[in-house]
Design a protein around this ligand. Structure first.
Ligand code: TRP
Length: 457
């Protein structure tokens, strides 16, 4: 007997060419500024050691089961996240309101991409700074000056942000399957190879011992409820979970592929790359007497020092920021995909129209971040600048809430038959472990962290 879910498998969407294609797309989404820009500076702001440990626990015990839930929901619904949540909500519980999880996810994608694109713009600017030899022989003061003068000039950062959004919209217009697989296949290995070279430099020329101690020696006294929430938010952000991006990609996953293996591979790779970035950056930070808690400029203020000192540094700088821009690009595409698929499938828009309208709105929103680092840098409320507030709201509030709703839906609302059908029809030990995590571990942990951060526990 064929079920509605079976019938949907006959290609409503295109499909990835292979399991490797899916892994590459999700890896392309996961690996990006979150690993190389955000992880080191957030770890630095939260005191290192204990934060890193909590982060790793969040990634593997909360992020991984939620990523599996997103993929299985996506593949079962085979639509954009809004339509999928609505459809599965009807199928599993006879209600339509689960679509709100998709709607909030789409909105979260807008918010995240609005600042993500601006930071990617800084990265593009640094390709040119590096190529022009600006870093050669520069000391910490000069490097600081390069960074501050860039980010405080809205005309410049606005320009690079515009260019990055244009490039992102162009790819999304052509449809996600094309080219993405091939790009990621070259890009992620190249980025890792280059970072291993930089790691060699940090071990020799940096203060590697202090870097290691900062990252891996847990000092639990430094850990606050706020930093536990930061660790959770960073785990969601780096894995791209909690807003439907992975769900949208899961909709294109061929039915026979193992969700557990593919997601585990991505999570491990993503974590290694974040660790690698931190291991490169902190030894440079400590060798040059910089402040590990200096915030969003950390990567842009530390690595150029190293590029300026190493032989062939200008070429390496260009390559590094180029690869980082590409990595950000493949992530940005995944941030737009849920919204674009939604407007196409639900409103009947063409891909071109959907991508242009979504991209244009996000582009406009991005100027809030552009100005936050420039003329509006002293306009602060709640969490800090407008950027700080958008970042906090999306990563530390909306992603955890979205992830919570997704995992509760998969663990409590969906029938065992449905989830086992996607994960492991035999419902073996691995499946039972996932289900336990999805029903108890992940939801309870997210709720406790959120309550703790608002001071209720
Ligand atoms: N994970 C990406 C990074 O680390 C950013 C990203 C892409 C993302 N898609 C997402 C974050 C969806 C949250 C949700 O750079």
């Amino acid at each position: 007997m064929s079920t509605p879910a079976d019938e949907r498998r006959s290609s409503l969407h295109g499909e990835w060419s292979s399991r490797l294609g899916f892994i590459l797309a999700v890896a392309g989404s996961a690996v990006g500024l979150g690993n190389i820009w955000r992880f080191p500076y957030v770890a630095g702001e939260n005191g290192g050691g204990a934060f890193v440990l909590v982060y790793l626990v969040c990634v593997f015990f909360i992020g991984l089961p939620i990523m599996m839930a997103e993929v299985l929901i996506g593949r079962r619904g085979r639509r954009n996240p809004v339509a999928t949540m609505r459809l599965l909500g009807e199928e599993e519980a006879g209600v339509t309101y689960w679509r709100w999880v998709g709607v909030v996810g789409v909105a979260t994608g807008f918010l995240i991409l609005s600042f993500y694109s601006v930071i990617a713009g800084w990265t593009i600017a640094y390709i040119f700074e590096g190529g022009a030899g600006e870093f050669t022989g520069a000391g910490p003061d000069r490097i600081n000056e390069i960074f501050s003068s860039l980010v405080s000039t809205p005309l410049l950062t606005g320009f690079w942000h515009t260019l990055f959004m244009l490039a992102t919209v162009m790819v999304v217009v052509r449809g996600v399957e094309h080219g993405l697989e091939r790009a990621v296949r070259v890009l992620v290995p190249a980025l890792v190879a280059l970072m291993l070279v930089l790691l060699g430099y940090s071990m020799v020329a940096g203060n590697f011992a202090d870097g290691l101690r900062f990252l891996f020696e847990p000092r639990f006294d430094d850990l606050t409820g706020g930093s536990v929430l930061e660790a959770l938010g960073q785990a969601f952000f780096t894995l791209s979970v909690g807003m439907g991006a992975v769900m949208a990609y899961g909709a294109y996953l061929p039915e026979k592929e193992s969700i557990a293996k593919t997601t585990a591979a991505v999570v491990i790779a993503d974590t290694c790359i974040a660790m690698l970035a931190a291991l490169v950056i902190f030894p440079i930070v400590f060798a040059n007497g910089m402040d590990p808690a200096s915030g969003p400029g950390l990567v842009f203020q530390s690595l150029p020092l190293a590029f300026g000192q190493m032989p062939g540094g200008a070429v390496i700088a260009v390559l590094f920021f180029l690869l980082l821009t590409f990595a950000a690009w493949t992530s940005a595409i995944s941030l737009m995909e849920p919204a674009v698929a939604y407007f196409m499938e639900t409103r009947g828009w063409t891909r071109g129209r959907a991508a242009t309208v979504v991209g244009g709105t996000i582009w406009a929103l991005g100027f809030l971040t552009v100005l936050s680092f420039g003329p509006w840098s002293s306009l602060t409320f709640l969490r800090g600048t407008i950027f700080d507030n958008i970042d906090y709201l999306s990563n530390n509030v909306l992603l955890p809430l979205g992830g919570l709703a997704i995992v509760v839906f998969a663990g409590w609302i969906m029938a065992v038959n449905s989830t086992a059908d996607e994960l492991d029809p035999a419902a073996g030990r691995g499946y039972r472990l996932w289900r336990f995590s999805a029903r108890y571990v992940a939801p309870v942990a997210v709720v406790l962290v959120l309550l703790n951060a608002v001071g209720l526990f």
